[in-house]
Design a protein around this ligand. Structure first.
Ligand code: NAD
Length: 492
């Protein structure tokens, strides 16, 4: 059940029939695994098997509270294998072990939450306006495509697989090329849970492979009734366009360039720690990274000097060292891309306050390391302030008054997240309501709860994940009129 070179196609473990590809260690550059990716034919097989499994009465007629048992079983297995899953994710993504342990715990919590939500799933009896009873019910879509990025694989995968199964669907999961291993491990867990409960194996597929091949084949497939995508805005736009051709619903969790705002009255210690954590945890490879720092002009120099001093002390090292705060990036190619963006900003006039290069020293030579970097001296419309870098790069900007601040914070195509640091609750409330962002953190940052909806505004996305209504995003709504009077308008 699940040799390293096998993928999960409609419940069967076997080699993909697409091109082979490697996943490499971000720490050493050495190959971790070679996989044969999913071809369009594999996608077709997975979708057909998924459709058959979704229609199987053993699954279709299972009441929601019994579907919940599947999710609880998955959560139990994730908990049992938590340390192995965390270590695998650290090996594949480079992320620090503390972060990957937290991501595994979050994945377990996601399955438990949607199991609990299933116990309370309700339809509604709507007010009737005639001789009939009117009902609104939600039904499974059938086969759902889930396409995920590399930065927090198990958490992103769980965020889609759990509500999609909860909604009574089959799932076809396509992880990112750089990090397929955790999704395959999750596939093994879901497959084991399905077998334990005697449910159809075809409900779960895991199809690694190149986005334009395996990913597009999923989006285009006529048997796929919804795609839930997390990744970059350019890819999201492409998937949205393909979905429009089929009139298929999509949810899109896309990129960000989130403002973090520090007012002069903020708790200085909290703000310093929060700003650093907001940008440099996950080595900045986070859609919600607080990558634009707006500092009130009256504290600009002093706060920034201290931030630079503390950033210089962050512990940089391998992901498997629990003391590490800033681990290698996901891939050498991605690190090099970040370096090019920083170099271009510097050539365009940005000042390097710290970092701006890979660390020195033989212990860093092989890994995809990049120093936590703080830049300033550029206006908000400079490319480094507008483009998502997806690395440990913070750009600082001064502001004077609230209107100026809100205008600058909103002057971006993105609208994913925002951080506000102030002791004045009125200031926090006013700014929180004026900033265009799907999530606002006040005096905290990058905190998550599965019971709270998440998603972006503007080019950061479409739709919301998590929360009790998260399941409904994977269901279709139907209205039923049930006549209570035999007399119809044309009856004799
Ligand atoms: P990406 O868009 O390159 O890839 C994401 C996934 O889409 C991968 O599985 C990829 O193979 C697939 N894909 C690529 N082209 C495709 C196509 N034409 N059709 C179908 N699938 C295709 O993103 P990435 O580099 O893996 O991840 C980084 C991006 O993800 C960043 O922009 C980040 O902000 C975003 N992200 C957003 C959130 C969020 O919740 N808003 C969370 C994490 C990451």
């Amino acid at each position: 059940m699940g040799h390293p070179d096998e993928i999960l196609v409609g419940g069967c473990w076997r080699r993909g029939t697409g091109d082979p590809f490697e996943t490499r260690s971000p720490l050493t550059g050495a190959p971790l695994a070679e996989l044969h990716g999913a071809s369009p034919a594999d996608v077709d097989e997975a979708v057909r098997a998924g459709a058959a499994a979704a229609a199987d009465l053993a699954w279709r007629d299972l009441p929601p509270h019994r579907r919940a048992r599947l999710l609880s079983r998955v959560a139990d297995l994730v908990a049992e294998r938590a340390e192995d899953l965390a270590r695998l994710q650290t090996a594949d993504t480079g992320k620090s072990i503390n972060e990957t342990r937290a991501l595994v715990a979050s994945a377990e919590g996601t399955f438990r939450y949607f199991a609990a939500a299933l116990e309370t799933l309700e339809g509604s009896l709507t007010p009737s306006r005639g001789p009939y009873v009117t009902l609104s019910v939600h039904e499974p879509i059938g086969v759902v495509g889930a396409i995920t990025p590399w930065n927090s694989p198990i958490a992103s995968d769980a965020q889609k697989v759990a509500p999609a199964l909860a909604g009574g669907n089959a799932v076809v999961l396509k992880p990112a090329e750089w990090t397929p291993l955790v999704a395959l491990a999750l596939g093994r867990i879901v497959a084991a849970a399905l077998a334990d409960l005697g449910l159809p194996a075809g409900l779960m597929s895991v199809l690694p492979g190149p986005g334009p091949v395996a990913g597009e084949a999923i989006v285009r497939h006529p048997g796929v009734g919804k795609v839930s995508f997390t990744g970059g805005t350019a890819t999201g736009r492409r998937i949205g366009a393909l979905a429009a051709e089929k009139i298929m619903p999509v949810s899109l969790e896309l990129g960000g360039k989130s403002p973090t705002i520090v007012f002069p009255d903020a708790d200085r210690e909290q703000a310093l720690a929060g700003v650093m954590f907001g940008i440099f945890s996950s080595t900045g490879q986070s859609c919600i990274a607080g990558s634009r720092l707006f500092l009130h002009a009256s504290i600009y120099d002093e706060f920034l000097d201290e931030l630079v001093r503390r950033t210089g002390k962050l512990r940089i090292g391998p992901g498997d060292d629990p003391a590490t705060q800033v681990a290698p990036m996901v891939a050498h190619a991605h690190r090099d891309r970040v370096a090019v963006m920083v170099d271009a900003a510097v050539a365009g006039g940005a000042r390097v306050r710290c970092g701006g290069r890979a660390p020195d020293g033989p212990e860093y030579a092989a890994g995809a390391y990049y120093l936590p970097t703080i830049l300033d001296g550029v206006p908000n419309d400079a490319p480094i302030c507008q483009e998502e870098i997806f690395g440990p790069v913070l750009v600082a900007l001064p502001f004077t008054d609230e209107d100026d601040l809100v205008a600058q914070a909103n002057a971006t195509v993105y609208g994913l997240a925002c951080g506000i640091w102030t002791r004045d609750h009125r200031t926090a409330w006013r700014v929180a309501r004026r900033v265009e962002a799907g999530t606002v953190w006040v005096n905290t940052y990058k905190q998550f709860s599965v019971s709270t909806p998440f998603g972006g505004m503007k080019e950061s996305g479409l739709g919301r994940e998590k929360g009790r209504d998260g399941i409904l995003g994977y269901m279709r709504q139907k209205s039923v009129y049930w006549g209570t009077d035999e007399v119809l308008p044309w009856a004799g």
